[in-house]
Design a protein around this ligand. Structure first.
Ligand code: PEP
Ligand code: MN
Length: 334
């Protein structure tokens, strides 16, 4: 249950009254500190919404709608930040590039590969969240500059990850879309810092996140000022480690067809093996995904991170052709 407040309502008084009838709540806080409503925690008492509606200061009570208030207003609206609207009935959007930005030459070759395959977004991490502290964690700020130069050379937009509040501004200055990674989906301080940039955000699903938690994370971004949120399914933890993660396409279909929200799929981190990626990419589009996020590297076997799942030039090109993108992009860029 979601409860929104009338303007000027005494949020503390409403929260106390809700607690009095057994409803434990989490406030929805705007960037300026104002509480605009509450999310009722699932372990609360089951209370008739009509009882909540009569509390002084309560504006609306949303029941059994797993889409949160600000997110709800985005349903069925394409994200138009780029030259390809994401979430419209148009062609799928291809975002591709290496896991990490490794050098100016590597990212430039990657950008050429992406443009040649029909992609419109170059991906690449300057800051890498790594499970092990001993793994390559990105070249940092300078890599953002290499990324921008490479993208500009091939008329591509950029999606790149922010992993700390301290770097939100630098990533926002470089990227057209800011990525929040799986490990940070519920890092609320980061969500607020990224949201404050006012840009579209690619919000990856936490590896063990439920849909309502994912939606709530998007609501945090929108409350802080993000212009749009594009969901990215990248696989959740499964019980069988044969593939890296378990790609949950049922949830993709639900986000797209039941909620009307923009969603893309990252089969690379989901399966972790380059041979399976094109198949799962096509399955994702069939399920309703608005686009794909694909890891690709000019020397795929030598990638500093996620080498087993990086497509090479030919594989990326074949994928672009198989989803009908390559020829259009080539026509568009002449
Ligand atoms: C990535 O996109 O390189 C990445 C780290 O992804 P995820 O957050 O899905 O693991
Ligand atoms: Mn990666």
């Amino acid at each position: 249950m979601w409860i929104t407040l009338e303007t000027g309502a005494d949020a503390n008084a409403v929260q106390r009254e809700l607690a009095g009838i057994g409803l434990w709540t989490v406030p929805m806080i705007q960037d300026d500190g104002q509480v605009t409503g509450f999310q009722v925690e699932p372990h609360s008492q089951s209370v008739d919404p009509a009882r909540v509606r009569i509390i002084s200061g309560v504006d609306e009570v949303l029941v059994d709608k797993r889409v949160t208030p600000k997110l709800d207003s985005k349903a069925w609206q394409p994200v138009t930040g780029g030259y390809v609207p994401i979430g419209s009935s148009q062609n799928p959007v291809l975002m591709a590039g290496p896991c990490s930005v490794e050098s100016p030459a590597q990212i430039r070759q990657a950008a050429q590969m992406v443009a040649g395959a029909g992609g419109t977004f170059l991906r690449g991490g300057a800051f890498k969240p790594r499970t092990s502290p001993y793994s390559f964690s990105g070249h940092g700020l300078v890599a953002l500059q290499w990324l921008r130069e490479a993208a500009d050379a091939y008329d591509l937009q950029i999606v790149s990850e922010a992993v700390s509040e301290a770097h939100a501004e630098a990533v926002a200055a470089c990227a057209d879309m800011i990525q929040v990674g799986s490990r940070n989906m519920q890092n609320f301080a980061l969500l607020h810092a990224v949201g404050r940039m006012g840009k579209p955000v690619l919000l990856k699903r936490g590896m063990a996140a439920r849909l309502n938690e994912w939606f709530a994370a998007a609501e945090h971004l929108l409350c802080a000022g993000a212009s749009d949120v594009v969901f990215c399914e990248r696989g959740i933890v499964g019980f069988d480690a044969t593939t890296r993660n378990l790609l949950d396409l049922a949830t993709v279909a639900q986000i797209k067809h039941a909620f009307g929200l923009p969603v893309i799929v990252d089969p690379s981190h989901a399966v972790g093996r380059r041979d399976l990626i094109p198949h799962m990419a096509r399955a994702a589009l069939a399920a309703g995904a608005d686009g794909l996020l694909i890891e690709a590297h000019p020397q795929s076997s030598q990638a500093c991170s996620d080498a087993p799942q990086a497509l090479n030039r030919e594989e990326l090109q074949a994928l672009g052709i198989s989803i009908g993108l390559r020829s259009q992009r080539l026509e568009a860029i002449g």
